[in-house]
Design a binder for this molecule. Structure first.
Ligand SMILES: NC(=O)c1ccc[n+]([C@@H]2O[C@H](COP(=O)([O-])OP(=O)(O)OC[C@H]3O[C@@H](n4cnc5c(N)ncnc54)[C@H](OP(=O)(O)O)[C@@H]3O)[C@@H](O)[C@H]2O)c1
Length: 350
């Protein structure tokens, strides 16, 4: 069995720490794991599953001898360091939005489009957390039924905005309970006891960047550039776990039982759908687990061809770290890891 030198770029962050835990939990064949972050964290130690690692500086030279980089330090860091890693023969699985829509960069959810990995040029993109969670339920349905239109509203946890946003939710909540106010800094508005219908900045169209990310990424992963899909992304005062209401219009009538039957056998999906017993997924069910949970499956009283459902997933796991590690596992299975044949690949931005 091949064993690889793995680097985690952004290892001290919410996703980076989950990447380390996921690699160790799943016994990824790593002979060495290097943790990289900014100069703020150099020398810091992180302990995970009984092993202690020291954080090193993320710089081009840090990728010498590395086989695979799991990158999650933000788009501007990936823009500079991912091509440097590729130049040194590493393969980069990038969790930021920077390369996702580049036509030369595969955007992959291993349960859905693993074949896209074959065409990589050294960088593979991991989808946005909402895209990954949505598509785990949507893609199996699309395999069986033609989809005409998708409407989504998200309820996204603060960990989706990084460790500072989690700290901010905790601090603001304590402050409000003491009758004080704490001004927001990581998020655009106060999040304690509130919901915010803005994630990322607004575009001319009135949508936010986050809303257009899952629109474009869904189309790319499904290979359906004309798919009619629209949504509203909302930040909620939950630490971990993104939830979504989804309305799917098919080209013909599809029953809730057809949807249940399809999702019951979909890999990585678990049904929690017994409304009479008040059984439906919540972020507290999804946090810390690998599967995406689906419930509240019902017909749409306003449209004979449409179905409503509710899907919840751990944004740090399937929405980020787990999907990235699954990509690395799939590359290993396909003999695409550690071969260094991409060492001369062009910088995808050039
Ligand atoms: N959170 C999610 O659910 C989620 C899901 C999908 C995608 N993403 C994407 O993943 C990325 C990271 O998200 P996160 O939530 O983990 O953020 P985070 O908790 O804020 O962590 C950011 C990480 O990046 C490192 N970093 C920042 N600036 C750096 C620099 N100049 N050089 C090297 N390292 C630097 C930080 O290191 P220091 O500790 O040294 O500052 C930290 O390790 C973002 O692009 C985000 O959009 C996040």
């Amino acid at each position: 069995m091949n064993r690889y030198h793995v680097a985690i770029l952004g290892a001290t962050g919410m996703v980076g720490q989950e990447m380390l835990a996921t690699l160790l939990e799943r016994n990824f064949p790593a002979e060495r794991i290097t943790l990289l972050a900014s100069e703020r964290s150099v020398g810091r130690t992180l302990t995970c599953k009984g092993r202690t690692f020291t954080v090193e500086l993320a710089c081009p030279e840090a990728f010498e001898g590395v086989d695979v980089v799991l990158a999650s330090a933000g788009g501007s860091v990936s823009a500079v360091l991912a091509p440097e890693a590729v130049k040194r023969g590493a393969l980069v699985i990038d969790n930021t939005s920077h390369f996702r829509m580049d036509p030369r960069v595969p955007l992959v959810i291993p349960e859905i489009n693993p074949e896209a990995l074959e065409g990589h040029h050294g960088i593979i993109a991991n989808p946005n957390c909402s895209t990954a969670i949505l598509l785990m339920a949507l893609a199996p349905l699309r395999r069986r039924f033609a989809i005409e239109r998708v409407l989504v509203s998200t309820y996204q946890s603060v960990s989706g905005a990084g460790k500072e946003a989690v700290d901010e939710l905790r601090a603001q909540t304590s402050a409000r309970l003491r009758g004080e106010d704490l001004a927001p800094s990581a998020l655009s508005k106060p999040i304690a006891f509130n919901v915010i219908p803005q994630i990322d900045s607004f575009l001319e169209s009135g949508y936010t960047k986050e809303e257009m990310k899952f629109t474009h990424e869904t189309r790319k992963i499904l290979g359906q550039p004309e798919l009619r899909i629209s949504g509203t992304c909302v930040r909620v005062p939950v630490e971990v776990g993104h939830a979504m209401t989804v309305n799917v219009e098919f080209d013909r009538a599809v029953s809730p039982d057809d949807v249940r039957g399809t999702l019951a056998t979909a890999p990585g999906v678990r049904l929690m759908d017994d409304p009479r017993a008040s059984i439906y997924p919540q972020p507290t069910d999804a946090a810390g687990i690998d599967e995406v949970l689906v419930g509240r499956i019902r017909g749409d009283v306003s449209h004979p061809h449409a179905i409503n459902f509710w899907v919840v997933g751990d944004n740090l796991r399937k929405g980020a770290a787990l999907n990235a590690v699954q990509i690395a596992e799939e590359l290993d299975r396909r003999g695409l890891l550690g071969v260094r044949r991409h060492a001369v690949a062009a910088d995808p931005q050039s």
